[in-house]
Each structure stands twice: as C-alpha cells, then as structure tokens.
Design a protein around this ligand. Sequence first.
Ligand code: AMP
Length: 533
Amino acid sequence: MSEGAVKKEEKPRKFQAIRGTRDLLPPETALWNRVEQTAHKVFATFGFGEIRIPIFEQTELFARAVGGETDIVSKEMYSFEDHESDELAALRTLLIAKQPSVSDPNFFWSYEMKVTEFRERLGRAIEIGEVGRTPLNERVLADLGPLLDSLAFDRQEYEKTKDAAIFERFNLYVGTIRRHLLAVDLGDQVSLRPEATASVCRAYIEHNMNQLPQPVKLYYMGPMFRRERPQKGRYRQFYQIGAEVLGGSDAPAIDAEVIEMVMTFFDRLELEGVQLDLNSIGCRDCRPKYVELLRAELVKVKDKLGADSQRRIETNPLRVLDSKLEGEQGIIATLPHIADHLCDDCKTHYAPVKHQLEMRGVIYRENWRLVRGLDYYMRTTFEITAQGLGSQNAVCGGGRYDGLVELLGGPPTKGIGFAIGEDRLILSLQESGKAAAQQGRDVYIAWMGDRAHATAIRAAKGLRKAGFSVELPPVELKFGKALGQADKLGAKYALILGDNEVSEGLWTLKTLADGSQAKFTEPDLIEHLKKQL
Ligand code: AMP
C-alpha cells in the first residue's frame, strides 16, 4: 500500500447530524429565544407555571396514554432497555444461548454453576435495588432454587449412569430455566418522549398535585422524538411548547381560556394566516356509536376508497376523515357528522365552549373532520394552522382528555391541553419575514499598542456593564483591518483607542454608517451611546 493510501485511510471520519435532527444556529436561535421568552411571559399572565419533565420515561407510560395502536407508539418511538446490571444481563444472554450437549462432559456441571451464580447475583441486585423487586422477579428467584436442586440431582445421576433418559430430563429443565431467565425484568423498557402530556399527567399523579388548589395549570417546552419520515416542517427531533390544565371542573370556560391563551401567544408573535379549527369528538358514550355508524357508511363505499382508508375502516374509521386524498373528498363530504350524534352531555358542553370563545373574541371555524391522532382526546379538540408551511401546516393541536390521569393510575381528573410545534411556528415566522436579523455588535473596539489594550479591556467592561454588545479583538490589528472587521460584523460604532486617545483621556468614536467621528471622555461616551442606541 502506498503512503498516500494510508494517509487517506487515516483521515478522521466526518460526522453529520442524524437524519431528522438538526443544529439550530445563530442568528436563528435568537428567534427561538424570542418565541420561548414570549411563551414564558404570555403563559404566566394566564397563571401557568413551568414544569420540566424528563426526556425519557417508561415505554409503558406512552403506550398506555397515547395508545398502543397509534402510529406514534407502534412505530415511531425511540426505545431501548435501560438496565444498571450489565453483568447480570451478559450472564443471562450466555445462559440463554447455551445448549446441552452429550459430548461435553462438563456441560452439566458448568451450567449448574452458572445458573447458581445468576441466581445469587439476581438476589443481590434485587437486595440493593439495582433490579426491581417485582412479583415476577421474586417468583423467578424462588423457582430457580428447586430447579437448581433438580438439576444437581440429575447431574449426579447422569454422571453415575450415563442414562439417556436423564439427559432428556435435563434438557427439559434447561428449557424451563431459559423461560425463567427470559422473564426476569432486568430494567426498564424506556422511550424518548414522543410528546409530553403523558409525562405531565404522570408527574401530576406522582407529586399528588390533586391536593393543590385545582385546576393545576402547567406549561412545558422542549424536544420530542418521533421516527417519522423527515420533510419540511417534520423532524425526528422536534420541539414543542405545550400547556395542560389538570383537575377541577371541565367548565367550557376552561377550554375557551386555554384556546384564548394560544391565540394570544400567536398574536403576540404576529404569526400570520392563523386559522383555528374546532370540533367536539364526543365521549366514551356517544363516540363509539358514531364510529360504528361511520364504519357502516364507509363499508358501503369501500370500493371507492384508497388502500389506506380501506384499512382504516377496520382499524380506526375516524382517521378516514383525516384523508387528504383528492379522490376521496367527495365521498367523505357525504359521511355523517359527529355533531349530529353527540350525546346530550357532550352537546351541552360543546355549545358553551363556542359561546365562550365568542365572548373572548376568538375567531374559529367548526371542522367536523378534525379528529386528532392520539387516543386520549374527547369532546373539545382543536387545531391551529398558519401560513407558509406547505402540507405540514398545523402549528398546534390540542383537546380535552378527561380520564387520562385515571388511565395512568391516578384519581378521576379532568384535563385539557395543547402542544405547539415550535419548529413550524419558527418556519412560519421566518416565511413572513419575522426572522431575527444577524446579531450585529453595538461597538467594535479598535485598539493599537499595549497601553491602549489595557484601556480597551476597561472600556469593554464598562460598555458591557451598561448593556452594550461589544467586540474586543484579542490581538492587535492595524486600524484599517480592524475597521474592516467591524464592518463585517455589522457593528454600529468603532471605538478607536491608540496612544493619543489614551494619553488625552479622550476616546474616538466612529459611526460606521456615515464615517463621522467625535471624541468623548469615558463617562460621556456611555451617556452618548445610551441616547443613540
Ligand atoms: P401532536 O403532539 O401530534 O398533537 O402535535 C402537535 C404539534 O406538534 C403539531 O401540530 C405540529 O406542529 C408539531 N409536530 C408534531 N410532530 C412533528 C414533527 N415530527 N416535526 C415537527 N413538528 C411536529
């Protein structure tokens, strides 16, 4: 191999962000900060407090809350087994792989030793809390005792007699032991959170928040993870800003106020082309009846539907209403509307929600086809779209989810919330020209000479303390070069410090837009800039 080829091979690999994830860079991050600061401010004015929840939780939590049949849980979660006891896991893998063999005289003995070791380690791990003390784990621990006794007995018999029937029996024990080992729960099956409502409900239960004054109003912001097909406005790591109202009553004014809060937030950000769609999807009593009716109607027109919708007739007929397929729109328009099939309770909830929105001056459009993808929603559902986003134009989805807390093992609790897709919100703001400009500097300090450097450092300290953004070059530059840099960085002023300025105590300030110059003492300079900037 030539030397060149070796060099080529040694060149370190270049890494790239994983598909569906991305880096957010300045100046765009300034817009992200502005959006998040606005959320903090607006939500606080509605009496919401921030909750910060973990990025990963037990998979079971999401499966239970979001629904095992949903796309999110069935195929989009990033899941992994999280166990502290690696040695135990490795030993288990080894034991599960082992096959008894007549030709290996040591097999019986070594297998018995290894299972004994596993049992002892498991007992210890449970003792010190490394492995959960679950009923299943305790049973495995208890069962392994007698199984090991039988194993030892047969080993001794086999060593004496070499009887094939005993070998067969041994084989059966190995099978039973393997099943026991597989049943041991060495740790949690965990997932990166695909959404946050489940976690907020888990936290509400875990911290007995039902004992606080109700309802409890919480908001969150942060990354979520779904293994979706990436495209514009759809990522595998994306960011949500959301809020939940838990406990107390299900008064329609709560639904309306939550929606009013999102709309106020969007308004504050000057988001354009905002459209709020509203629907009621009924409750456990009336929705199943409507779904059956819908299914019956869909069966009649099955041949005219695409493959996805045909499948959904069986799995989830409501999702057919979501279809964007051109050819299906005519058929969908003829399907029964849920509004005509709500039970009395749902009707008497929905009408005042609309009235309450009107009282708050919130403009909405009723959309009977709005069903939302997550299992936990009931009654009020809503979705907000904005302009400039193409097909992924939903910036917020939300709804009522009474019963979710109970489903997760808590007390009966009312709940409603929403999640805003922050990536899309930002995209829409950028599309309508609300992007943050490149962050320039207020003052660039052009210094020359050691004495001037000391003065420049002091000047930078004073200007920064007064709140100005200051660029202080780390090495001496010729004035021409320094001014060129100041220009490139978009600085508004250059503070020129050379020998003259330092000895006179009068600093030269150059306004870069027009090239004009003036001299100031240090305190006068700060006063002058405060007036100008
Ligand atoms: P959901 O939690 O599915 O109700 O989604 C709420 C909002 O989050 C949506 O309206 C989107 O704005 C946003 N969202 C959901 N999934 C993604 C994704 N993969 N990438 C970017 N934004 C998303």
